[in-house]
Design a protein around this ligand. Structure first.
Ligand SMILES: [Zn+2]
Length: 392
């Protein structure tokens, strides 16, 4: 549910639907909060609402600047930027490493991770300093009424408040993002810094552990001060450990070829099989999905789910051919990670393994999960290979 809003320097910019909700929430909070955190007392109220919306809009522009800072720096290092998507609280820059580089050079990665939060801190400091030098206070103008009587409109007199809000939010955002909690920017800075001395894998594991520890500290501080902080810390802890697991899975799957984990004795069904027969067949064999053949050649894929949509009374009239789906295939020499990503992209649980149009096996999500579990528990850690695409 993302909408493309612009293209900047060849990078498509998307806005996710959740982002619009947060935009409205921010505008609402600015509208109902009193000085200096909002425009509640602005007269007429419509001027207050306009100021609130404008502040929310400009704040999201600064979020985009944060993502652009990551992306444009990465681009200058030769990386390919697929897209920027603005999500619920912040954004994601999908950055692909330069060709032939499995991992980005740690110093470059450190700079890329740092660029985002740094851009917010600079914006924050500049805006607050502007208020300070122009109006004598970072909060802007405390006595707006006085300014209005001097001939300024209430709208222009409240612009310093807007500058204060944008400046302080940017400063907060910058400081928050730089916390060493992986996968937040600060955690990536830490990981890149560690990767200069250790292997990429060790660096990630250490960064994940430090991030978890930091979240716990943040949660404890939150319990005694602000419950929102505690809840946020919990989310950060979860995302750090999820990211850690994902990294481990990725590392394992990348080292394995599809042909080493696929199932070779594949049960197939003929496209002329009736739906009733198919359901009986599934009851006997107990697999959820099967390749469909026609004269011995694979022509499609059928799952129990496809059959479920047909009314029970109409099943006799249908054959597999009517309900089967297109095959999604993978080459036996592809990595298990490629198979995993392919399944994700098509939202399916199994792929047919094809070698020159000939089916040599089938690989399922369950096969991959079992492999991850076994490799993780019964074998020494593999070589250090890692993802080639990163999200900031
Ligand atoms: Zn960032």
């Amino acid at each position: 549910m993302s909408y493309k809003i612009a293209t900047i320097k060849g990078i498509p910019i998307y806005v996710h639907i959740t982002f619009l909700l947060v935009f409205l929430l921010f505008a609402f909070i600015f509208a109902i909060s009193g000085w200096p955190f909002g425009f509640r007392s602005v007269e007429p109220p419509i001027a207050g609402y306009i100021l609130a919306c404008l502040t929310a809009l400009l704040f999201f522009v600064t979020l985009l600047i944060h993502e652009l800072a990551h992306s444009l720096l990465a681009k200058s290092y030769g990386a390919k930027i697929q897209s920027i998507t603005l999500f619920f609280f912040g954004g994601i820059s999908a950055i692909e490493n330069p060709e032939n580089e499995k991992n980005m050079d740690p110093s470059k990665e450190l700079n890329i991770a740092l660029a985002g939060p740094l851009s917010n801190m600079i914006i924050g400091i500049v805006l607050l300093a502007f208020n300070y030098f122009a109006y004598g206070s970072i909060f802007g103008v405390p006595d707006v009424a006085n300014w209005v009587t001097e001939g300024l409109t209430t709208f222009t007199a409240n612009i310093p408040t807007m500058i204060f809000l944008l400046g302080s939010l940017n400063l907060l955002l910058g400081l928050f993002n730089i916390l060493p909690i992986y996968p937040m920017d600060g955690g990536r800075v830490l990981r890149a810094w560690l990767a200069k001395r250790h292997s990429y894998e060790e660096a990630t594991n250490t960064a994940v552990s430090i991030g978890k520890g930091f979240s716990v500290v943040l949660a404890i501080i939150g319990i005694f001060t602000n419950w929102w902080l505690a809840i946020l810390a919990l989310f950060l802890y979860i995302s750090a450990s999820e990211e850690g697991k994902m990294f481990k899975a990725t590392t394992i799957l990348e080292d394995i070829d599809v042909k080493d984990v696929m199932t070779t004795d594949v049960l197939t069904v003929d496209e002329s099989m009736s739906l009733n027969d198919f359901i009986n067949f599934v009851f006997q064999k107990k697999h959820p999905g099967y390749p469909v053949t026609k004269n011995g050649i694979v022509v499609g894929m059928v799952t129990v789910d496809d059959a479920r949509h047909v009314n029970e009374t109409e099943r006799y009239a249908f054959t597999i051919k009517d309900i089967m789906k297109e095959i999604v295939s993978v080459h036996p020499d592809a990595t298990a990670l490629e198979a995993f990503n392919e399944m994700g992209a098509h939202a399916i649980g199994r792929l047919v393994v094809l070698d020159d149009e000939k089916m040599v096996g089938i690989i399922s999500r369950t096969d991959l999960m079992t492999t991850i579990y076994l490799k993780d528990n019964f074998k020494n850690k593999s070589k250090t290979k890692t993802e080639s695409e990163t999200e900031y």
